[in-house]
Design a protein around this ligand. Structure first.
Ligand SMILES: Cc1ncc(COP(=O)(O)O)c(C=O)c1O
Length: 377
């Protein structure tokens, strides 16, 4: 079989389309992972990432795994068996944090909100008051399963002065909505490459505060080898670089170019572009009588979840959009998710033009699904 994947417009929850310049970067000459020229490139990636995270101090580097690996790395480094973790759960990814934390032996205190809502910070602080020795409090900044944004800056502010570390899932927020990991007091933030940064999947950028690094340096039990940030720091930052594993060189070139493009555009401009594309999409969806899942005060720009109208087969509509229009959108995630479509406008696809292409295909697919089947002759 020839390898000839079709062109798709990727407007689901991620991945998004890769910028052509990023694809070009992946065709540059391959280096070895111990080549000093590569080691300079690594440091440049770290410097760019520091700007993208707005994290002036602490450790910044990308892991060689996807967003889930970033999540597990945070848990593996910050928690030890028996530690308490408070987790804000208002969708699939908050629950995944709890699941992974339990597998690492933590006691998890779940603080829930319904689909389409953010967990109020007051309830998280209340849980913290009841569990003042909790090692970590985790929240999903951009809950891709519901299209909800958590007020992370305010959470960081409310936690200031406490010993509990703040972990934030920024898989869908880095490069797409306002995020200032340093100023907001985030201790451990992880992201991905395939959404706001519009690079291929495969890496997980991290930002770790000084105080979290100090806790990791002084913890009595070692961190599992693959997740060990102190070893990764020796390869990515310290010189001469010490081998930890064979780095995915071409993925690193891709991330370098994706970060260069994001910083060249300017973070504020990029955030505003995502917000204006999302605002247009939401308005048009509501004009059509469709209901956006997230409440008006917590809507996430890069991902809009919209309820499938009564009597419509949501999966069939998705299938038509993909098969007849070459446009991918997502459906509900997890067994108890309400029937929904999830439309992502991320990276290059965060534009009014792309939103209009998705809306036109959605209109056509919905009409086709609603039209009565012609009676057979
Ligand atoms: C909010 C959030 N967290 C974590 C993940 C997991 O990331 P990955 O699929 O790259 O492992 C995703 C993936 O979509 C996500 O949206």
């Amino acid at each position: 079989m020839d390898l000839s994947p079709p062109e798709r417009l990727l407007c689901g929850p991620g991945p998004t389309n890769v910028d052509p310049a990023v694809l070009d970067a992946m065709r540059k000459p391959m280096l070895g992972h111990l080549d000093p020229v590569l080691h300079d490139i690594l440091l440049d990636v770290v410097a760019k990432l520091r700007e993208a995270w707005r994290m002036p101090a602490g450790l910044v580097l990308p892991l060689h795994c996807t967003g889930t690996g970033g999540m597990e790395t945070g848990i593996a480094n910050l928690l030890e068996p028996g530690d308490t973790a408070i987790v804000a759960q208002c969708g699939y990814f908050g629950r995944r944090i709890s699941e992974i934390a339990r597998r690492h032996g933590a006691e998890v205190v779940e603080v829930d909100a319904d689909w389409g809502e953010a967990v109020p910070n007051e309830r998280l602080i209340d849980a913290l008051d009841r569990h003042p020795h909790a090692r970590m409090l985790a929240a999903v900044h951009a809950e891709t399963s519901t299209g909800v944004e958590h007020p992370l800056a305010q959470l960081g502010e409310a936690m200031r002065g406490r010993d509990t570390l703040l972990m934030a899932d920024c898989v869908t927020s880095l490069g797409s909505i306002p995020l200032e990991a340093g100023a907001w007091g985030v201790d451990f933030a992880y992201s991905c490459t395939q959404k706001g940064l519009a690079a291929p999947p495969g890496m997980s950028p991290l930002a770790v505060s000084e105080r979290a690094m100090e806790r990791i340096r002084t913890r009595p039990t070692p961190v599992p080898f693959s997740f060990d940030l102190l070893l990764l720091e020796r390869y990515w930052i310290e010189r001469p670089a010490a081998y930890h594993h064979t780095a995915p060189i071409l993925g690193i070139y891709a991330l370098h170019e994706a970060l260069r493009l994001a910083l060249e555009e300017g973070l504020e401009a990029r955030w505003a572009r995502h917000e204006s594309a999302a605002g247009h999409l939401r308005r048009e969806l509501e004009t059509r009588g469709l209901e956006v899942l997230a409440g008006p005060d917590c809507r996430l720009a890069p991902l809009t979840a919209v309820r499938v109208p009564e009597g419509v087969d949501g999966k069939a509509v998705q299938g038509r959009m993909l098969g007849e229009h070459g446009i991918e959108i997502g459906g509900g995630l997890g067994p108890d998710a309400p029937a929904m479509w999830r439309i992502g406008l991320m990276g290059r696809n965060a534009s009014v033009e792309t939103a209009d292409r998705v809306l036109a295909a959605l209109d056509a697919a919905l009409n086709a699904e609603r039209s009565p089947v012609p009676a057979s002759a």
